[in-house]
Every structure is written in C-alpha cells, then in structure tokens.
Design a protein around this ligand. Sequence first.
Ligand SMILES: [Ca+2]
Length: 284
Amino acid sequence: MKSSRPALIAASAALAAAAATATGASTATGESAPPQIVAPDGMGLVWSDEFDGDTIDPTNWTFDIGAGGWGNGEAQYYTDRPENARIENGALVIELRQEQFEGSYYTSARLKTLGLREFQYGRIEARVLVPRGAGTWPAFWALGADFDPTSSDPARQWPHVGEIDIMEHVGREPDLTFGTIHGPGYSGAGGLSRWNRRDHDIADDFHTFAVEWDADGIEWFYDGESFYEIGPDDLGGRDWVFDHPFFLILNLALGGTFGGNIALDLEFPLRYEVDYVRVFQEPT
Ligand SMILES: [Ca+2]
C-alpha cells in the first residue's frame, strides 16, 4: 500500500472527476453513470456489482432479516421485500419506510455478501447517495468472514472477527462521515475512528467511499481524498484482526445509540442509493 499510494490517489481522483463529469451535480442517478471502471495503478477489478440488472443478484447478496435493535437499539425491521431493497435505474435502492410491520414502526434492509463474496486486501469502493434527516444511519462496512454469532468460539464472534466501517453517516451530522475499525479492546464506542467533516451536506449528491487495505494497514478515502490511515503499529499492543477475508454489508438503520433521535419531520420513504460496489486487488 505505502509504496504505491501516490499513484493510487491520482487514479482515484481521476475516477471521481470522470464520474462527476459524466453525471452532473444535481441529476446524478446510477443509470446516468457509464460503467467506466478505472482500476488503481497496480490493481485490477476482481469483483463488482454495478446494480444494472432488473433484480438484486442473489449470487452476490443475501439479507439480514428482523428487528431487535441489532445491538444498537435501532428502530427498523429489516426485510428482503422489494419495498425495502430493489434495483432502480442502475442503482441499489434501500428504502426506509414508516409502516407497522411485525411489531416495528419502520422497515428497511441490510444486504451482505456473507457466504457469497469475501475479500482480503485491496481497494473496496462504493458510490452512494445517502438519505437526509436526523435519525438516519446508512453504512457500507465489512466483517470478518469467519463471523458466526452462534459459535462458542470467541474468535468467531464480534469484535474478534474485526469490523471495517468504510462509510458511516448519521443524518444528525449532515456534513460528516466516519471511517472506523473495531476489534478486541477497541469495539463499540471505543472503535478507532476518524471524522471526515466536509463543507457540504453529504446527502447533496453521490459520493465515493473507499478503503485501501493490506497487511500494513487500512486507508480511507472520500471522493478520492485520503482522510484516515491506521495500521498494526497504531493499536498500542492490541490485536490487529484484519489479515483474513471479510464480507461486505450495505444497510440503512434508523435511530438507536448511534443514529440518535428520530426527527419528527423525516419525509418517508427515505432512500439510500448505491450506484456500485467494486473491489480491486493486486495480481496474485
Ligand atoms: Ca450502477
């Protein structure tokens, strides 16, 4: 990662610029962005979902279903219904709806590549449009692929499997995104995180979020601009748990300990749109 960083940044900036030129500022949709995939120097595309089919590809994605707060007191019930997750105009749409459903008052979706696609190292990138409004909590993140909450082996449970939060945004902080890792001794509110404060509302337009990850560490990018880097030597002796395969997660949560109070003026349904997810790696 370290030796090739300048070239990677240049490639990322070029990609962001190309995307901006192709889509315009206010009319951006997934459909209007041509599938012009520019690999970072020294890497090739190993997998992507451009969300350009008619339905969500079951060879890439499966669903987490249900309520119960997901460990953070969240308000939504996750379903796999098209009302909550579908393909529309070349983008994955995760739709947060206000409706009574199985004892909850809101529905949404959480998609994951668990058991289908897993990756160790490389550049993992998504181009997304987050919803607007306090209480919303869209995310693009990764968990260790050996994650099994039913296992009695602590090594297969969170946070020992490791968590990489490539993008988190909470609507109560409209100009802010977060990059974070969680592991043993640095989980939950103790996650190792960096605030990415901007001069615009994140929900104003599509943005690209990425990490570049190898054995030396993980580096976060917002529209091609690096804002955080952390590695095994930065943990104060705590375990680095990121040298194994991870799966990817896309979800839109509401409320809870991180999402915060749900604004009374939210305009439902709320949409979290994902133009693409791409993974680039160096040739093996
Ligand atoms: Ca797309």
